[in-house]
Design a protein around this ligand. Structure first.
Ligand code: C5P
Length: 201
């Protein structure tokens, strides 16, 4: 059995932080699948057609300085609704998920589409308020000029788009375990996840 850890959930719920920490704990490679859609979005904002941008994506594109900006996040969720874009990114993500020794992937459709046979599927969520607070402090640290209301509204728009689209909508897999991180520190979330995973392992 290939030990894939699939982590899905809405924006700013703590998926990325948990995925990185689990990858370090189990000494496995980590893929932030959202960065692929963000990298496509950067190219689309520069005028490239979405499907062409996705087909031509290279590792260098994942190093774009503005990958985490609010504009790129919003555009990422628009390009992510295009079936040709998702199809162009699928094989790379599946190879990553199924590599020998296992891998940790976080995103929206990892447990449902990318790695439906993953032995560990987590759905990481949190209240809108705590997610918006966390995203706001990330933006502040990165020097982005914004405010709580804007971050909350953008995040809710993005979640609604991600959940409502026809192509691989954001969804907890039937066999996913949900972790609500609203009242937990990153360390507590990691401890909960490790307990769950070590039972399955
Ligand atoms: O996770 P992150 O916020 O960086 O993802 C940016 C956008 O990419 C999401 O809002 C979503 O539309 C899209 N995405 C996706 N499927 C994934 C990961 C991200 O559709 N597996």
């Amino acid at each position: 059995m290939i030990f894939t850890i699939a982590i899905d959930g809405p924006a700013a719920a703590g998926k990325g932080t948990l995925a990185k920490a689990l990858a370090a704990h189990y000494n496995m490679p980590h893929l932030d699948t959202g960065s692929l859609y963000r990298a496509v979005a950067v190219k689309v904002l520069a005028g490239v057609a979405p499907a062409d941008a996705a087909r031509a994506l290279t590792p260098a594109d994942l190093a774009a300085p503005n990958l985490r900006s609010p504009e790129v996040g919003a555009e990422a969720s628009r390009v992510a609704a295009i079936p040709e874009v998702r199809a162009a990114l699928l094989a790379f993500q599946q190879r990553f998920a199924l590599q020998e020794g296992g891998a940790v992937l976080d995103g929206r459709d990892v447990g449902t589409v990318i790695a439906p046979d993953a032995p560990v599927k987590l759905f990481v969520t949190a209240s809108d308020i705590s997610r918006a607070e966390r995203r706001l402090s990330e933006f502040k640290r990165a020097g982005v000029d914004t405010d709580f209301e804007t971050v909350l509204r953008d995040m809710q728009d993005r979640d609604a788009r991600d959940a409502a689209r026809d192509a691989a909508p954001m969804l907890a897999a039937d066999d996913a375990i949900t972790i609500d991180t609203s009242e937990l520190t990153a360390e507590e979330v990691l401890a909960v996840a490790i307990d769950l995973i070590d039972e399955i392992r």
